[in-house]
Design a binder for this molecule. Structure first.
Ligand SMILES: Nc1ncnc2c1ncn2[C@@H]1O[C@H](COP(=O)(O)OP(=O)(O)OP(=O)(O)O)[C@@H](O)[C@H]1O
Length: 318
């Protein structure tokens, strides 16, 4: 394993390409995942997120490009140290929940007796001890998904890869999942997850890869994506007009009485001085840092953003 600055790298992809039947599904995606970080792969449906994750895990081979997982360039060699929640959820319907968790651990080399012990612990830590004996088919979809998620971490992997883990969960369970992801990262586990909901990535991720039409439009720190955009000024004044207007950039737009514009390079002081000198009467003034959603639009374009479930309301009902 090599380092990025002072940090070890848990996973890395370089120029991954995947063709299916002559059609390019992934077109040169690169990704650097520092150990212990939470990294999001963001993009609309069909962008190539699942295919990228499968290549990184070694489930499929890339047409070209390279990847390393926990220092190995044959990812399956480290399968026991990896947890994977695939997009297609599925557990044996007749298996009791605790058995399903232990079984998933056994598939990754955890002795079944230890798996059973940990399964009960994982369930009771979350107040779900009553689920333990219930066959999967008697659980709701969200409950079954939680069980599958616990099965993904029962063998205490160093790296977990979650494909669209939030979809199918209600708002409360999405929040619990966010906490689980944070707890895992705090314990030193590296987390990679894919999503088409920007809000989850914004709240959780240190780094993101924005994928649109198979290409990585951006890969790096969330802060770096956001800092590509200038802060936005919102201003309301009592006076509709006055000499202060010449301090506004020409691109300023007035939306229902409120001026909106990018903070000029020179910072807010010249504007503030002009407003005060000409007694514009400031009613409201705010300078907002753009969010990841604004950065996503700037990087991947309006069309890709429209395909994403980006509003908080949508994020809650995914
Ligand atoms: N096994 C396959 N054979 C043929 N085409 C495939 C295969 N797997 C994926 N594709 C195609 O590759 C493209 C990217 O799919 P992928 O599942 O990676 O996207 P995604 O971003 O994960 O989207 P979603 O969230 O909808 O799964 C799509 O056009 C898909 O139809």
């Amino acid at each position: 394993m090599f380092a990025m600055g002072e940090r070890a790298i848990a996973a890395e992809a370089r120029d991954l390409v995947k063709d299916f039947d002559g059609k390019r599904a992934v077109d040169g995606v690169s990704l650097t995942v520092p150990e212990g970080s939470i990294t999001g792969i963001l993009g609309p449906n069909g962008a190539g997120k699942t295919t990228t994750l499968r290549m990184m895990l070694g489930i499929i081979d890339p047409t070209s490009g390279t990847r390393t997982l926990l220092g190995h360039d044959r990812p399956l060699e480290v399968a026991r140290e990896v947890g994977y929640l695939p997009e297609e959820r599925g557990l044996y319907p007749t298996m009791p929940a605790s058995e399903a968790i232990a079984f998933m651990g056994a598939l990754r080399g955890l002795p079944i007796a230890e798996g059973r012990r940990r399964a009960l612990q994982l369930l009771s830590d979350r107040g779900h001890e009553d689920w333990a004996k219930r066959p999967i088919r008697t659980l709701s979809k969200g409950m079954a998904q939680t069980v599958q998620l616990l099965g993904t971490i029962v063998h205490r992997p160093r790296l977990i890869v979650l494909d669209e883990p939030f979809s199918g969960l209600d708002a409360l369970n999405q929040e619990k999942l966010e906490q689980l992801i944070r707890d895992q990262a705090a314990a030193g586990v590296t987390v990679i997850f894919s999503t088409h909901v920007i809000a989850h990535a914004e709240r959780l991720c240190e780094r993101v890869a924005i994928i649109a039409e198979g290409r990585a439009a951006f890969e790096g720190a969330v802060d770096e994506a956001r800092s590509r955009l200038r802060p936005i000024v919102h201003l309301r004044t009592r006076m509709a007009d006055g000499p202060w207007r010449s301090a506004l950039p020409t691109s300023a737009k007035n939306v229902a009485g409120e001026w909106r514009f990018e903070l000029p390079e020179g910072g807010p002081e010249p504007l503030l001085k002009a407003l005060l000198d000409s007694a514009a009467g400031i009613e409201t003034l705010s300078i907002e840092r753009p969010g990841l959603h604004d950065a996503f639009i700037a990087i991947a374009g309006e069309a890709a953003a429209r395909e994403m479930g980006h509003s908080p309301a949508e994020a809650g009902s995914e």
